[in-house]
Design a protein around this ligand. Structure first.
Ligand SMILES: Cc1cc2nc3c(=O)[nH]c(=O)nc-3n(C[C@H](O)[C@H](O)[C@H](O)COP(=O)(O)O)c2cc1C
Length: 358
């Protein structure tokens, strides 16, 4: 039924629906259920240590014989200066006092870079069928070695220039991530929380700019959205928020409850939690930090300062996107089958000149 099977052929999947890698929320059970239903299940592996990574890969292979995707962040080693640290601590101190948390720590964890030689060697050992990257793409030598091992490579772009960079850098497919998307914006360099192109505008421009299969992401939650993406020329879609309400997702009960009553206006893009722009729930903390912008520690060191506040609902970091109100609480395999059936109905209705089914 799919009008464009380039992504299915590349990734050897039945349906061009990728469940987005979501560090902390996508579990092996979720990803395997999606892969078993003919989509591509993904795991966010950005903060996993080697044994954790080996372990989830083992779990995936035990739970599914089908392709799956492991996802990594590409960012330089953070190098937060003393002056920035002093300013942000002065800004956060009143919050720490309000929540009786003592003095914010000046000790930021040594971390990163996001993707290094150790992770490359691990991937060559584990040999996942697909690897995807957020915030950029590793250097040509690393990409070449992954491709030589038969691993398909996908990268995220938030604008046309980034899509071209991914194509030039050896990616096999490009995700065009629109402004609506939940989670971190995959921009290749830190940018202001106001910078973004919506999915509807971004996707056809990326399709025109690169020869590779394009995957639309951001605000897609049902068959109408998937069909619309195909009308814009994509070969597949990547859905994150839509899978957060699945039984197998690692979504914690407070965020499940928020999504149950979500509206289109619930979220905003903020860098106040991690140092990089991410779409998350509009909270007092996100709003106030946006109003009084101060320079922030480099991604992801800001997490060390924002996380202690997160026990309070006004400060909690709840990542989800603008289409959360369309979420369904279903087992993941059933959600994939529903999305496929809905998309087929929309294709049929449109080609018969009928109104799109609601
Ligand atoms: C809770 C959550 C966590 C995410 N974590 C990651 C991640 O670890 N790696 C990544 O490449 N994208 C991540 N994303 C972004 C998704 O890949 C995707 O771009 C986005 O979910 C698409 O928009 P949607 O949420 O409207 O479906 C995350 C998204 C959400 C909602």
């Amino acid at each position: 039924m799919w009008p464009n099977r380039r992504l299915c052929d590349l990734l050897k999947i039945e349906h061009p629906i990728i469940q987005a890698p979501m560090a902390g929320s996508a579990t092996p059970e979720l990803a395997a259920a999606v892969s078993n239903a003919g989509g591509l299940g993904s795991l966010g592996c950005a903060s996993m240590l080697p044994d954790g990574l080996r372990n989830v890969a083992r779990q995936m292979r035990a739970l599914t014989g089908r392709p799956f995707n492991l996802n990594f962040f590409v960012f330089p080693r953070p190098d937060t200066g003393d002056a920035v640290l002093t300013q942000v601590i002065d800004r956060l101190r009143p919050y720490y006092e309000e929540l009786s948390l003592g003095e914010p720590s000046r000790r930021l964890p040594p971390i990163g870079p996001g993707f290094d030689e150790e992770k490359l060697e691990l991937l060559l050992e584990i040999q996942p069928p697909v690897v995807s990257f957020h915030f950029g793409i590793p250097d040509a030598a690393a990409v070449g070695r992954l491709k030589q091992a038969g691993i398909a490579i996908i990268g995220t772009a938030t604008n046309v220039a980034e899509a071209r960079k991914l194509a030039d850098g050896g990616a096999d497919a490009v995700i065009a991530q629109g402004w609506e998307a939940g989670g971190h914006r995959g921009s290749h360099a830190p940018n202001g929380p106001g910078d973004g192109v919506g999915t509807m505008a971004l996707v056809p421009q990326v399709v025109d700019a690169v020869e590779l299969p394009v995957i639309a992401a951001g605000g897609i939650a049902d068959g109408r959205g998937i069909a619309a993406a195909f009308a814009l020329g994509v070969s597949g879609v990547q859905i994150g928020t839509g899978f957060l309400s699945c039984d197998e997702a690692g979504t914690d009960p407070p965020r499940r409850a928020l999504i149950r009553t979500a509206t289109d206006m619930d979220t905003m893009v903020t860098d106040a939690f991690t140092g990089r722009a991410a779409r998350a729930r509009r909270t007092r903390y996100a709003l106030e930090m946006e109003e009084s912008r101060v320079p922030l520690p480099d991604f992801p060191q800001m997490v060390a300062l924002s996380a202690p506040l997160g026990g309070d609902k006004d400060f909690a970091f709840h990542l989800y996107g603008q289409a959360a109100a369309l979420n369904r609480e279903l087992p993941a395999g059933q959600l994939v089958r529903t999305l496929v059936a809905e998309t087929g109905e929309v294709f049929d209705a449109l080609s018969a000149g009928k109104t799109t089914p609601a």
